[in-house]
Design a binder for this molecule. Structure first.
Ligand SMILES: C=C(OP(=O)(O)O)C(=O)O
Ligand SMILES: [Mg+2]
Length: 432
């Protein structure tokens, strides 16, 4: 690869979709190519995620949650390093950033600072090559494809002020044959769900990811609503029709005594696994993410043994997009898929490594947004480049969520030959 020089590295404190501060990063190369990134931020975070740098608690700005320190990392130490010499690849720069930070969790310079630089540089390098971002990110071993969008249409857990303990109820239009058809189905089911909730006298207030946040208690009530809304929109609920994916985010409703709080019930690990087993019989659920808490290691073993050959079991809080952790999970046979979030690990290169490890180990990947987002649409290109066939980016509504779906529509229009949907290896595994 020919060398490139980085001449501009700038950051700005901006707002995310929750109205909390985050940062944007601009990178300029000597040849005039530029790249921008908006940094996402999670609410239900895994304990081993790379660390976001926030300003101090006793700082009055944004109650201490400002990111001026992270902006300072970008414009200070990081800019000095990047401008110092010529570079040959994003991987080389990412490695230098990790080394400059010097901690295991990127807490000194801030994972928010580092990931912003890494994403903005990837965009600048893609611009330099004159192609789309996904074309720059794709590796030779991968056939790029457009992913099935998983629309989070009902929100609970820490993303909504309602009694639902499960965080995300997603619809996945498996029957769609193109990106535009999938987006249309998602939007129509979402509209049908709004009508249904209004007819039932329920609130149509939205949660953090743009899904509705009705006053429901049990997850089965939400699942029944998804099925009804799908039918009302004129589609067939089912694994080959409009399927359902859940992210209970179980770390958030585990009690100190190890039980799980689900509505009015307190369930042991094995009772919760049984409840999932019944749910997948009664509803067209094809994927469950974080069905158990990140520290319930024995439970994850049982869950995988019990349901792993029937549905997709995605690790998020427990895997945190960390190549080392994912490698060990694959060796131990925990789950069968990983959620992929750039800011959980903190560089584009390590994210691509996590994806490659999953692919080589037979684990599926779902590319994901965070509950706090900007209008950055990087993950759309990442999902196409990964060829994994799955993305989640919230509801088919609200600017920061639809930015990703709209970008996928643009990629599909630009490259009409890209295949759409789950790769055969995943759909065969779950007998679609
Ligand atoms: C997107 C999620 O939420 P957050 O960004 O709050 O971790 C998730 O848990 O998968
Ligand atoms: Mg999750």
């Amino acid at each position: 690869m020919t060398r490139f020089e980085i001449i501009n590295v700038d950051a700005l404190e901006i707002l995310d979709s929750r109205g909390r501060p985050t940062l944007s990063v601009h990178i300029g190369l000597a040849d005039g190519s530029t790249g921008w990134a908006g940094v996402p931020s999670g609410a239900s975070t895994g304990s081993r995620e790379a660390v976001e740098l926030r300003d101090h608690e006793d700082d009055s700005r944004y109650g201490g949650a400002g990111v001026l320190k992270a902006v300072g990392s970008v414009e200070g130490e990081i800019a000095r390093l990047l401008r110092r010499c010529g570079w040959t690849s994003l991987a080389e720069v990412d490695e230098a950033l990790v080394e400059l930070d010097g901690t295991d969790d990127k807490s000194r310079l801030g994972a928010n600072a580092i990931v912003g630089v890494s994403m903005a540089l990837a965009r600048a390098l893609a611009a330099r090559e004159g192609g789309l971002l996904y074309e720059y990110l794709v590796s030779e071993q991968v056939a790029p494809r457009l992913p099935v969008p998983h629309f989070n249409v009902l929100n609970g857990g820490v993303h909504a002020a309602n009694p639902l303990d499960f965080q995300e109820f997603m619809i996945a239009p498996m029957c769609a044959t193109s990106m535009s058809e999938a987006v249309q189905i998602g939007a129509e089911v979402y509209a049908a769900l709004r009508r249904r909730l209004a007819a039932e006298g329920q609130t149509t207030t939205l949660g953090d990811e743009g899904g509705f946040a009705p006053q429901l208690t049990d997850p089965e009530e939400a699942l029944a609503l998804l099925v009804t809304a799908t039918e009302n929109a004129g589609y067939t609920p089912g694994l080959r029709g409009v399927a359902i994916a859940l992210d209970p985010a179980a770390s958030e409703f585990r009690e100190p005594d190890g039980s799980y709080r689900v509505g009015r019930a307190r369930l042991s690990t094995s009772e919760l696994i049984k409840r999932y087993a019944v749910m997948i019989e009664d509803y067209p659920i094809w994927s469950i993410e974080d069905g158990l808490a990140e520290d319930d290691e024995d439970g994850w073993h049982s869950l995988t043994g019990r349901l792993g050959d029937r549905i997709q079991l995605v690790g998020d809080d427990n895997f945190v997009t960390n190549p080392k952790i994912i490698k060990s999970a694959i060796e131990r046979g925990i789950g069968n898929a990983a959620l992929i979030k750039l800011n959980q690990i903190g560089t584009v290169t390590e994210t691509l490594q996590a994806i490659a490890l999953c692919r080589d180990g037979g684990y599926a990947q779902m590319i994901s947004h965070r509950s706090g987002e900007t209008h950055d649409d990087f993950i759309a290109d990442l999902a196409v480049a990964a060829g994994c066939g799955q993305i989640k980016s919230g509801a088919p509504a609200r600017g920061e969520r639809v930015a990703k779906y709209n970008r996928l529509l643009e990629i599909a229009a630009h490259d009409p030959h890209l295949p759409f949907g789950l790769p055969g290896v995943i759909s065969r595994r779950h007998a679609f």
